[in-house]
Write a protein that binds this ligand. Sequence first.
Ligand SMILES: *Cc1c(COP(=O)(O)O)cnc(C)c1O
Length: 377
Amino acid sequence: MLNDRIYLAPPSVGVAEISRVIAALESGWVAPVGPELSGFETDICTITGARAAVALSSGTAALHLGLKAIGVKPGDEVICPTLTFAASAFAIVHAGATPVFLDSEPTSWNLDPALLQSLLIDRAKHNALPTAVIVVDLFGRTANYGEILAVADQFNIPVLVDAAESLGSQYGDHPAGSMGNAAVFSFNGNKIMTTSGGGMFVSDNEELVEKVRYWSTQSREDLPWYEHNEVGFNFRMSNILAALGRAQLERLPDIVAARRQVHDWYVSELDGVAAANVTGDPPWGVSNGWLTTVRFDSEHAPGGSTRVRLALEAENIESRPIWKPMHQQPVFADHEAHLNGVSDQLFAEGLCLPSGFALERLDIKRTCQTIIATLNS
Ligand SMILES: *Cc1c(COP(=O)(O)O)cnc(C)c1O
């Protein structure tokens, strides 16, 4: 008899969400317009400090239109971290541009500012600067914005922040998604909070947000008939899902606290296990604890990540390798990539551990006992 399955990151949806969705259905606003939709946008502005926000059908859609809004055109090049979920890079392709991949720094696992600087210095010499930079906050840990934004400013290149994984995190005193020229959140089912599927584009530049809002509703002009001066998209969020989002957002502080607690339990359970290194917050920020990640260093535990993942699966515990870098993906095989070895090593050694809201100390104990037994075998 197997124990109950422990999932990686199940959504946490309860009575508050259910009654809010029912109320939205009963209100008659069953459309991509309505009071919950505008309310959700206002709520996100309050939490992130952004001046304006527009709710969309997915984080990928938000990245796509966000790139377009900050000036990315077909044929352009956009810098993208190689270590990310593929949607960051796919959005660049959707916008007609080409991603140029850059490796990570080892502290937060995000875009390496030193590599960014050397690439931009080189490109400036050849008068071939990229149009924009996407920065990603992986697993809830914010990137090194102090250094990244200084470099981007020096070359006057706009920065779009992919904060799909970092809602509720901090960079210093700044909420995740408040750095750069604009930012994007995702409310997919496995993220820190969910609308079952959805996204948000935020910026202090209201013009960018209005541009995205316009494109996302089929570029419809304000006329009695359907008049279009530009090609549009059908990317707006539904009022029903926005109701779910608002109920989730009210619980975000509790969800973040629970996930950070899970992370801290892993740290204590794996304390003294030399081969298993639970990733901590970077010195510049506080993570939302979306997913706890661990590294099994290849010297103490060769193949540790795979061995542990299979052993956990045999115990009915879900874990997952960290994102496979884009330069290793067949779809991007012929793309330019500037590497330093960090993302390759992280992919070989890293594992995402169960990090759900409802996990209890005993679940973490059970998981860690399997990890320790595997490393000792
Ligand atoms: C989930 C995710 C996205 C895509 O968001 P969707 O809402 O699923 O389209 C983009 N970037 C990163 C880093 C993500 O984790």
